[in-house]
Write a protein of this length. Sequence first.
Length: 251
Amino acid sequence: MIPIYILIIIGIAVGALTGITGSSGVLIVVPALSYLGLSFEQSIGSSLLVDVITTLSVVFVYFKHENVDLKISMILGIGAIVGAQIGSAIAFITPEEGLESVFTIFTAYMAYVSFKRSRNPKLNIKRMNLKTASYVVAPILSLLIGIVTGTLGASGGIMFIAVMMLLFSIDVKRMIGTATLAMLLSAISGATAYSFAGKVDMIASLTIGITALISGYFFARLANKMRPSTIYIFLGSVFVITSISELFRII
């Protein structure tokens, strides 16, 4: 039995991560729960359910501040829903090394982009034609993100942000809110698959999730008051941590 206070501490950290950057709590939840005795599959499934609970309050705050692009969220989310089911189905037969290697390189590059934009947050804030990018490239990338969701438990918050940074270059706060809604759809799909497989620790998920739901609300409010340059620095730092953690897993 994992002590409740440990789960609460994890939940506060997850709420901060999701509320400020719009990224999945997988970087905290999976390593923590694995260390505390859960199997890797249970940790992934529990992390996905935590993401479902946490993102509800975060999405609400970003909606309230009009920092969610519904059209882009749906374009990204639908592809991720399908991809998460595919990823969940092949989770136990697909080698993780290849996906992790690509993900590590990708996040390292996005760390560079984030820090670069922290110097000039308005750099290239000009949306591309949706017919040129969203309807063609974004759904394909979101499908791949969904597959990663199903296999590695990352609901795609950081990856959705990366896709938008590459394709749309919208304001960072709106980008985070949009990514969080897309992540919610992806997490629901992945969590459902793992729940049916009996690979979710409900007590751990609910304790961490409810705590993160509350802390995420306040951190999301804080994020909406932060300067874009500060958010980019925080986001870049998360990308760096992600790259390093994935590199160590590969090694």
